[in-house]
Write a protein that binds this ligand. Structure first.
Ligand SMILES: Cc1cc2nc3c(=O)[nH]c(=O)nc-3n(C[C@H](O)[C@H](O)[C@H](O)COP(=O)(O)OP(=O)(O)OC[C@H]3O[C@@H](n4cnc5c(N)ncnc54)[C@H](O)[C@@H]3O)c2cc1C
Length: 408
């Protein structure tokens, strides 16, 4: 879409009604709670039918939650990852798929807001996002490349001021429901696979031909099918900052913090079921059931998980305006390992909660069933596989050690 068309659409846009913009962190969480209540109402149906959580996302839009990370000058609230971490945690207690959709959306908003505001096209896009409460999907997974985010096959083709892109996007969560897609791509046909750019596409810029369905164990409502993405657009839709910088400074920190917060929310929902089971079993003055020690384990690991996320959010926010500090080996290793450790701790917490309720929680037909939470949380170690992350961290550490010994 050209800048003229984008700004024309913007001037006629549905402006957020009064009262829609959250004024403080507490207000933001209050709004998130209302959305979580809607999400929780439909979570079982979303999971059963593997359908998009339309009601919850509509509620998030109605509460004005989609563009809160944008600067105030562009219609947002300029909130950071600490507030958004709490929003994802809150939403996930209602419906994990809703929270993960919101998390993935905000990861893309973080990239665009942090690296795009020098561009008139991107600024107009952010304005449209806040005015119209757009939902943005992410496309990084391509062909047989799996979770290798730092490599792209399909190049951006240029013809004067126009661009085109055709991509075998093997996973795009809520691709069919999104208002825009932010995708990685090879810079040009003669560029290396790791020489990537980020391209911002509005729904009118692309077509999606379904190639893979999404009938998964958990996170069924994310509707993470595969598509053949065919897009055309304006050259200004290619972000000027190389993806390599966006990846380390924004994409990975936002993804790992917001995904981890979502998994913590799933764990909290499971712990709540375990608490409910214990209360029911002790009704009328009965003894503590023998499975109670697992409750201590579940609550302790949930606390550890929450503390781990808070520590990393604080660390990120302390250096957020310093690209050099964000690029250090220490920070990149810590933010990578957050994803690995948080996913493992979240699975462990849900497993402990399951052991509290035993058969009652194993069954799908009780009010203390853990089934959905367990299936949802099991996506966490494979969503960019922990093995791949650990192997990458090990390689980077070894290279850095070799470099240090050569210098000494
Ligand atoms: C709920 C959900 C939503 C998603 N949404 C999106 C989305 O919206 N957009 C998008 O682009 N993608 C999305 N993805 C995909 C995700 O980003 C990764 O691409 C995907 O999880 C990679 O899965 P994979 O197992 O196919 O690939 P890989 O990461 O390649 O892993 C395949 C296997 O190889 C092993 N492996 C790979 N590399 C190594 C290594 N270096 N060392 C040791 N073992 C290794 C792994 O252990 C694994 O068993 C989503 C995934 C999930 C679970």
């Amino acid at each position: 879409m050209s800048l003229q068309e984008l700004t024309r659409a913007d001037s006629t846009a549905r402006v957020a009604p009064r009262g829609r913009t959250a004024s403080s962190a507490a207000d933001l969480i209050e709004r998130a709670r209302r959305v979580a209540a809607v999400a929780g109402q439909f979570a079982v149906d979303v999971d059963r039918h593997g359908r998009f959580p339309a009601e919850a996302i509509a509620a998030a839009k109605a509460e004005g939650l989609m563009g809160v990370m944008a600067p105030k000058s562009l219609g947002g609230l300029g909130v950071g990852l600490s507030e958004l971490s709490e929003v994802c945690y809150t939403l996930a207690q209602g419906c994990a798929a809703t929270a993960m959709i919101y998390a993935m959306h905000q990861v893309k908003v973080a990239c665009v807001v942090r690296h795009g505001t020098n561009s008139p096209w991107i600024r107009a896009f952010i304005r449209k996002l806040t005015n119209e409460q757009l939902l943005i999907a992410s496309s990084t997974t391509e062909g047989k490349g799996g979770g290798d985010v730092r490599s792209s096959e399909a190049p951006v083709e240029r013809d004067g001021s126009r661009i085109s892109l055709q991509r075998d996007a093997t996973v795009i969560s809520y691709g069919a429901q999104a208002d825009a897609i932010v995708t990685t791509a090879r810079r040009a046909a003669d560029s290396a696979a790791s020489d990537q750019v980020l391209v911002v596409l509005l729904a009118s810029d692309y077509t999606l031909e379904p190639t893979l369905s999404w009938d998964a164990l958990g996170m069924r409502g994310t509707c993470s099918g595969g598509f053949n993405l065919v897009a055309t657009g304006d050259a200004a839709q290619v972000m000027a900052t190389p993806y390599e910088a966006i990846h380390g400074q924004s994409m990975v920190p936002a993804a790992h913090i917001l995904w981890a917060s979502t998994w913590a929310g799933i764990a909290a929902a499971a712990v709540e079921k375990a608490r409910k089971y214990l209360r029911k079993s002790m009704k009328g003055g009965a003894d503590l059931p023998p499975s109670a020690p697992y409750f201590s384990r579940a609550t302790a690991s949930l606390r550890a998980l929450r503390a781990m996320i808070t520590t990393m959010v604080d660390r990120y926010e302390a250096i957020t305006d310093d690209p050099d500090a964000l690029s250090t080996m220490e920070f990149q290793t810590a933010i990578s390992l957050l994803k690995v450790d948080a996913s493992e701790l979240a699975v462990q917490t849900v497993m402990s909660a399951l052991r509290v309720g035993g058969l009652s929680s194993y069954r799908n037909d009780t009010d203390v069933s853990i089934g959905r939470h367990l299936r949802d949380v099991l996506s966490s170690p494979i969503m960019i596989n922990n093995d791949r992350i650990l192997a990458n961290v090990a390689t980077a550490t070894l290279l850095s050690d070799v470099g240090a010994s050569l210098r000494s």
